[in-house]
Ligand binder design. Structure first.
Ligand code: GLN
Length: 549
């Protein structure tokens, strides 16, 4: 019988509920338990697929093609296991299910109401992953902050489950903030007290308080919080700001968050935590031997969350290469032929990011050309790969108006074209080519060297593809299509053999990079950037030597 841990948040948003949930899950997993995490989001969109990255950050795609909240990325990166459609539920999904049932006549004669119908559907989803015996523990992160009108039905569902399930099958962790007032030189517990009071008014009493803080809490503060919030002192957990999110499991281990949960849930069979791989990774992460600088060319660069999985993949790949990867954001909208050299100066590699729509396209194409002509390691993801195809078409194949029909529907050279099955689709949500698809790799190619495999599977999120009518022209002019979908013939990987490292992929390798299994493409790209940097260094010292002589 699975046990359920709910994580709520108070005081303010952005306290890092997802990281706390993922860290706890990691510790429980390291003690031999099977754990999964799900996120319940209170907004009315059915999923975040139709949201602008400025609104919601990256849209994370699962193996089975769900467009989900970026916290699911953290869960996968920490646990090294896959999530699915069922791991992200929104108010929109809940209402859609209930309203569909109503239309089907399932509630015939009855008034359909928030309580019990909506809360029943929320509870069904909360318990779903725990059915079937796959998991010992299901952690559910409730999005939003306690007190928000829209999260009330979720909190009410937690209240009902706390009442319905045996005491040792359910617990609630509340994440709060203990601010430090510089002027008073004091930590303040009042916001936490108020937040717990608010939660209690909704009938939910937390078993554990995780307190985000810039300063150590100390026993006095812990005692005070415990007394006023009615929890055991050992259940007041200090969550100090960490230098990296990957440090948080170690901080939680020190605070015994896992043991407190195991005790509350009456789980007695567990081992000492096996965190060897995690610690080895942290060591490499903390003590890099050198540094490389990568330019991330995108159009949402003001918001770091828009490229969350890419940035995390660089952290994983950096640790593997024992280098610190410094990512410089370059706004593609402001790159021109005249300033490209200056904009990309000092970089050891160039990543052209995924994206949609016309804005910033020209800058991306110029950046690709610069990387291609100057032997700068290049890595294009999804739209980034499509830009590389367009650039090559225009500048090498001489197709002056080569373009994607996404940006120019009337181009006479649609080298990137809408996929056939996409053409009849009118609805926006969940209708792209989504999730994992196989890809066959040509032996002897760069991709083959990177993956050491001839069949791989990677996740997708796109509507457009390389137009195979141009296949021969590209091949004849030196571009290698080294990865192809075996069922559809869709080009998945392009590369240039006469370049130190030039690769573009139609899929999103960043979605599968985890601490324990970093994405091979990122690892090799960072490796190539390192080589480029080393060469630059030796050229500089040779020039210096010459000058001295
Ligand atoms: N807009 C492009 C397409 O739909 C690329 C999508 C992406 O980069 N994820 O094909």
């Amino acid at each position: 019988m699975a046990k359920y841990i709910f994580v709520t948040g108070g005081v303010t948003s952005s306290l890092g509920k997802g990281i706390i949930a993922a860290s706890l899950a990691k510790l429980l997993q390291a003690r031999g338990l099977s754990v999964t995490i799900q996120k319940l989001d209170p907004y009315i969109n059915v999923d975040p697929g139709t949201l602008n990255p400025y609104e919601h950050g990256e849209c994370y795609v699962t193996e089975d093609g769900a467009e989900t909240d970026l916290d699911l990325g953290h869960y996968e990166r920490f646990l090294n296991s896959h999530t699915s459609q069922a791991n992200n539920v929104t108010t929109g999904k809940i209402y859609q299910t209930v309203i569909n049932k109503e239309r089907a006549g399932d509630f015939l004669g009855k008034t359909v109401q928030v309580i019990p119908h909506i809360t029943d559907e929320i509870k069904r989803r909360m318990l779903l992953l725990g059915k079937g015996g796959k998991f010992d523990i299901v952690i559910t992160e409730i999005g939003g902050t306690v007190g928000d009108i829209e999260s009330l039905p979720f909190v009410e569902a937690v209240r009902q489950l706390q009442w319905e399930l045996p005491e040792d099958r359910v617990m609630v962790i509340h994440l709060t903030l203990v601010p430090y007032l510089k002027a008073a030189k004091e930590l303040k517990t009042k916001p936490t007290q108020h937040s717990v009071k608010l939660l209690s008014e909704n009938g939910v009493h937390p078993d554990v308080l995780v307190c985000r803080t810039e300063e150590p809490l100390g026993n006095d503060i812990k005692r005070k919080i415990a007394l006023f919030c009615n929890v055991k002192q050992e259940a007041v957990i200090e969550a100090m700001d960490a230098s990296t999110i990957y440090e948080v499991p170690m901080l939680m281990l020190r605070e015994k968050l896992d043991l407190i949960c195991l005790k509350k849930l009456n789980i007695t069979e567990y081992s000492e935590p096996n965190l060897d791989k995690w610690k080895a990774y942290l060591d490499k992460l903390k003590y890099p031997k050198s540094k490389v600088t990568i330019g991330l060319i995108g159009k949402y660069i003001e918001l770091q969350d828009a490229y969350k999985s890419i940035l995390e993949s660089f952290i994983h790949a950096g640790a593997m290469n024992e280098v610190k990867v410094q990512v410089i954001n370059v706004h593609s909208e402001f790159i021109t032929k005249e300033n490209v050299e200056e904009k990309l100066e000092g970089l050891d590699g160039l990543l052209v990011a995924p994206g949609f729509g016309h804005r910033g396209i020209d800058g991306k194409i110029i950046a690709v050309q610069y990387a291609r002509e100057n032997g700068l390691p290049f890595f294009g993801i999804c739209l980034g790969m499509q830009m590389a195809v367009i650039e090559y078409g225009r500048n090498i194949l001489g197709l002056k108006d080569a373009h994607s029909t996404e940006m120019d529907a009337n181009t006479t050279n649609p080298v990137i074209n809408m996929m056939e099955e996409q053409k009849k689709i009118k609805m926006m949500g969940g209708t792209m080519r989504l999730g994992a698809y196989p890809c066959e790799i040509t032996e002897g190619s760069l991709a083959h060297k990177i993956y050491s495999a001839t069949t791989i599977s990677e996740r997708h999120r796109h509507r457009y593809e390389f137009n195979n009518d141009y296949l021969d022209q590209y091949k004849d002019n030196g571009m290698v299509m080294s990865g192809v979908n075996p069922d559809t013939g869709l080009v998945e990987i392009i590369e240039l053999p006469n370049h130190p490292f030039f690769i573009g992929v139609q899929y999103h390798p960043e979605l599968k990079s985890t601490v324990e299994a970093p994405a091979p493409l990122f690892v090799s790209f960072v490796g190539a950037a390192k080589e480029y940097n080393d060469k630059k260094g030796s050229m500089k010292s040779a020039a210096l030597q010459d000058a001295l002589i």
